[in-house]
Design a protein around this ligand. Structure first.
Ligand code: EPZ
Length: 415
């Protein structure tokens, strides 16, 4: 757990870690290149470790040197991912496209649901079937094989699914012919994955737009790539600054990735100085409440920032309505925020937050990654000592978060 002494103002400068949701698909995609890929700015996270474990299980060599991870996928021997590894991280489904492309075969268990509710993969499977993959689903296992060769297809996604877009892009990179993805996800992590694949010799156009065209090539070669900064960790640190009335400066941040988040903080009364790869946030003593926050696919307000933003709204001077459109149960942090003194009512996908003057310290339990982050943010502004259990969820996506917060003057200890 974290033990947080709240009520302190933060200050100083912070470097934002590399993006978890960029690192995971790129590690999977490295399977397409026989040889050593070098990934800079790779965050030290349990989800990243889980991916490296899967790569090593398959037969790759993967090692870390500080913020750099080197993956040698030259000699791989297995084409299955055991259930234990699949269940450790739901997003291991991102290995499906890469393993099919490399081995023409793959066995993996259905990724379990997770704390956000069921995590269907129908879009992934339908698309791969269009590309010539035979997929048998029995007893919770996926057994995939290819009749002759992976081939391009025109794929229209009914939802701009991030994972499905990534699996298709990876499988299409060395498939025979052209693949067109329409209604593709537009997240910056999609563009980062495309940049890595292009560096490996792939022919991809339109990443970051709703239509992506991939011309399959014979084979890819390894490449070096720097992972983009994590925009959700940045939004979380902005929330920490806002609830503590602090001014902090961010290094290694891409402000354009936060174009739907910054306006909400401005609505709260925060101001920003934005330069090339840096940004400062100045926050008012009392926050105004943002009126309405609806989570949407990028470039809309990110669902992953909903929980930390709810901690901000909890101490606003009015009322905020949240609508969580992306996942059906992403309010597990609400009951815990109420234990910290917040006034929040949930009705289905809608949460109504009535801002209070200040939060009160308490012992709370996190139940998912971004909920854990929201509780730590809230504890920073609750006077007195709070305890946040469930830090193993936080460590899936936040690197050394207690050290980052302490470096800004917060009193946070991991026990
Ligand atoms: C990615 O998950 C992220 N994870 C999530 O971040 C993020 O919340 C999500 O995108 C939305 O932005 C990674 O990148 C590793 P989706 P993903 O497929 O790909 C439905 C975090 O906190 N859907 O875009 O699983 C799905 O149920 C994590 O870092 C289908 O119905 O999300 C959801 O309602 C949490 N069928 C919606 O689409 C499918 O085949 C969006 O999901 C696939 C998805």
């Amino acid at each position: 757990m974290y033990v947080v002494e709240g009520g302190r103002t933060l200050s100083g400068e912070v470097r934002v870690q590399g993006s978890k949701n960029s690192t995971l698909p790129i590690l999977a995609a490295s399977l397409l290149c026989r040889g050593e890929s070098v990934l800079y700015n790779c965050p030290r996270l349990s989800d990243v470790e889980a991916s490296l474990t899967i790569l090593r299980y398959i037969g790759c060599n993967a090692r870390r040197e500080g913020d750099t991870v080197i993956v040698d996928t030259g000699s791989v021997t297995r084409y299955d991912i055991p259930a234990a590894l699949m269940h450790r991280m739901r997003s291991s489904i991102i290995f499906l496209g890469a393993m099919i492309a490399r081995f023409d075969r793959v066995r993996m268990s259905f990724p379990g649901g997770c704390e956000l509710g069921p995590r269907p993969i129908d879009l992934h499977l339908n698309a791969l079937r269009e590309m010539g993959v035979e997929i048998c689903e029995d007893h919770g296992e996926l057994d995939c094989s290819i009749r002759d060769r992976l081939h391009g297809a025109k794929i229209a996604l009914t939802i701009p699914s991030v994972g499905a877009t990534e699996n298709i892009m990876i499988a299409a990179a060395t498939a025979k012919g052209t693949t067109i993805i329409s209604n593709a996800a537009r997240e910056p992590e999609i563009t980062d994955l495309a940049d890595y694949l292009i560096a490996c010799g792939a022919h991809i156009a339109g990443a970051g737009e709703s239509t992506i065209i991939i011309d399959g090539v014979e084979r890819l070669h390894p490449a070096a790539h720097a992972i983009i900064p994590d925009r959700i960790v940045a939004a979380t640190l902005m929330s920490a600054a806002a609830v503590t009335g602090s001014d902090i400066r961010f290094k290694s941040i891409i402000p354009s990735h936060l174009e739907s988040v910054i306006p909400v903080f401005r609505e709260c009364g925060c101001e920003f100085d934005i330069s090339g790869d840096g940004m400062s946030i100045h926050t008012p003593y009392r926050l105004k409440s943002p009126k309405l926050i609806r989570t949407m696919p990028y470039p809309g307000f990110p669902t992953d920032a909903q929980a930390p933003m709810m901690s901000v709204a909890s101490v606003g001077d009015g009322m905020t309505v949240f609508v969580e459109n992306m996942f059906e149960s992403r309010y597990s942090h609400v009951s815990e925020l109420c234990r910290l003194g917040a006034d929040i009512r949930v009705e289905g996908r809608v949460a109504v937050v009535d801002g209070v003057k200040r939060l009160l310290s308490a012992h709370v339990h996190a139940r998912d990654l971004r909920g854990a982050a929201a509780l730590v943010v809230a504890a920073l502004c609750a006077r007195g000592k709070s305890e946040v259990e469930g830090i193993e969820y936080l460590e899936r996506g936040y690197e050394d978060f207690e050290l980052v917060l302490s470096s800004l003057g917060a009193e946070v200890k991991k026990v």
